[in-house]
Design a protein around this ligand. Sequence first.
Ligand SMILES: Nc1nc2c(ncn2[C@@H]2O[C@H](COP(=O)(O)OP(=O)(O)OP(=O)(O)O)[C@@H](O)[C@H]2O)c(=O)[nH]1
Ligand SMILES: [Mg+2]
Length: 240
Amino acid sequence: MRVQVCTPTYLEVDNIEEFLRRAREAVPDADILVLDDNSPDGTADLAERVGAELGHIEVLRRPEKRGLGNAYRAGFAIGIARGYDIVCQIDADLSHDPAVLPQLIGAIENGADLAIGSRYVAGGSIPHWPARRRALSKYGNLYTNFMLRTGVHDATAGYRAFRVTMLEKIDYAATRAKGYGFQIELAYRVAQAGGTIVEIPISFSDRVRGHSKMSMAVMAEEMALVSAWGIRDRLKRSRA
Ligand SMILES: Nc1nc2c(ncn2[C@@H]2O[C@H](COP(=O)(O)OP(=O)(O)OP(=O)(O)O)[C@@H](O)[C@H]2O)c(=O)[nH]1
Ligand SMILES: [Mg+2]
């Protein structure tokens, strides 16, 4: 199957070279698409230099910072237009070990529609997170599953592989969320479409270089979205 790996970048000049080398090694046959939102630190230039050396790496230069969800929607559109069978999502900050890519891709080849690199299934872990952030993420996911009944343990995870026909089926382009809400919304749509979702345990490393953007406000926004979708589902069910 033909595979495209999408990685959105904003201010990842300290990580992108190592990321591309490790990704190239993990999946030598996949095409890699870097979606950079005009990072002022020169991420795109470095990605292009390293990409030219490693091969089958393209950098899409977007004019301004428009959020991770927006970058992925652009990457998916390109993946579909070019006729790939599988499109992967992975962060460029080395939180997601590229060495796991073959397992996610293998799950799709074995019949799954969505494979998620999960922190919250047996064997998954987040070694360096403080208890507070761990609890926030874990309970956020429990609440999400309670509200949306996706059966997914890690719906906010951004390390994934999609069967392209499923991406088309769920009308990914109609999603509006920007951050974690984007990941939740995609998993929710796949579950509602009756797709098969497989979770592969991963060890999630914290960003070592660059600045973290996670905050209480971000989390609250996503949970508000989840609540709205969950309540809408319950109203629909009670009318039916
Ligand atoms: N193209 C694009 N990429 C982005 C944008 N915001 C974040 N990214 C990239 O998306 C990936 C995930 O973002 P992160 O900043 O690592 O988000 P996070 O993992 O929730 O938070 P920290 O790692 O703690 O900062 C990284 O590769 C970022 O460079 C954006 O607005 N546009
Ligand atoms: Mg990160």
